[in-house]
Design a protein around this ligand. Structure first.
Ligand code: ASP
Length: 332
């Protein structure tokens, strides 16, 4: 048999074997979705990072109670943080980069596996809604920088100055101090919002939006708009999202890792703990390092874990909304 013929035959056999392997091997590791989740009575369930998640969860719950989709709910929820200048690591009033410009990152993912994302987006108040438009109106997943801004303007979004006078003062003080960039997540509870939700039908979606690390290098993009790093949703299994030092989350693809661990049968709590420990095992962390993960599975079970103390998340179900203190790998 000629080499080319041999190659074609081998490729064909390999393809069939891979197909069968996928069908009978990999597929058998996929967790079967619960027909009726155990906690179904209290659905919808919403989880979001930090205390500003409380207001976001309330908005998202309201959307679903009124019959809106879980995708609408996650988008509308995080828009609350994006528009709030008191939330200093998201949207309007977020910390600028080292050149004094506010640049925003966001992504969204729905139950149908579609995803949209924007990074290094300037002068647009609601990057999450631009990310949703990328998902719905383009064949792409991610737009960045000037291209993302042009797309947003074409879609009817308006330019807004995102640098508030307070942030301008913070920036001037930082500049005057001569300090160089130092990662400082977990600062006064103002950080990225990642919000994940399950609706009464058991469908999952998530959204994640941030202005990134304060005084970052111009052009720096963190984990938050990266599908699989800052956020991942698999409607058969669950959803996870991250906050903290994005570089570590990106290097371990944290949210995807958590969802895959849940697929293998780990609880959301175990999966979050393993993902934090993966970082500890693989990456050199510094004294101010922080990472927080939250996760939700198809049955409505929740989990969260952080590297350092101080991380909180907002939990909501049909009956209540409350802030939860999260256990951490480092005890103090
Ligand atoms: N994860 C975000 C980033 O690295 C920052 C944060 O959560 O505060 O851009």
């Amino acid at each position: 048999m000629s080499n080319r013929r041999k190659f074609l035959v081998q490729t064909l056999i390999g393809g069939i074997a891979t197909g069968l392997g996928y069908r009978y091997g990999l597929a058998s590791t996929i967790m079967k979705p619960a027909v009726l989740p155990p906690d179904h009575e209290s659905f919808p369930i919403i989880l979001s990072t930090w205390n500003h998640g409380l207001a976001a969860n309330k908005k998202a719950m309201g959307v679903m109670i009124k019959g809106g989709s879980v995708l609408d709910a996650v988008e509308q929820g995080v828009r609350v943080s994006e528009a709030d200048p008191k939330v200093q690591s998201v949207g309007f009033g977020g910390f600028p980069d080292a050149s004094g410009e506010v640049t925003l990152d966001a992504c969204i993912m729905g139950p149908d596996g579609r995803a949209g994302s924007v990074a290094c987006l300037k002068e647009i108040m609601h990057p999450i809604s631009v990310a949703r438009k990328v998902m719905e109106k383009t064949p792409h997943v991610m737009l960045v920088g000037d291209g993302a801004q042009k797309f947003a303007l074409d879609q009817g979004f308006e330019k807004t100055n995102l640098l508030t006078p307070e942030m301008n003062d913070n920036y001037a003080a930082w500049k005057a101090s001569g300090a160089s960039y130092a990662p400082h997540a977990n600062w006064e509870n103002h950080d990225t919002i990642g919000l994940i939700a399950i609706d009464i039908n058991g469908d999952l979606a998530g959204a994640c939006t941030t202005s990134g690390m304060a005084f970052k290098h111009p052009g720096r993009v963190g984990d938050s708009p990266i599908i699989g790093a800052g956020l991942f949703v698999d409607n058969e299994v669950g959803a996870a999202t991250a906050t903290g030092e994005g570089e570590a989350v990106m290097k371990t693809l944290g949210s995807f890792l958590i969802v895959e661990l849940m697929r293998q049968g780990y609880s959301p709590q175990q999966a979050c703990e393993l993902a934090v420990r993966r970082i500890v095992a693989k990456i050199k962390v510094h004294p101010h390092f922080q990472i927080g993960y939250i996760a939700l599975n198809k049955s409505g079970e929740v989990g969260a874990y952080a590297y350092a103390p101080g991380f909180q998340y907002a939990f909501s179900n049909r009956n209540e909304t409350r802030l939860v203190d999260v256990k951490s790998e480092k005890k103090n």
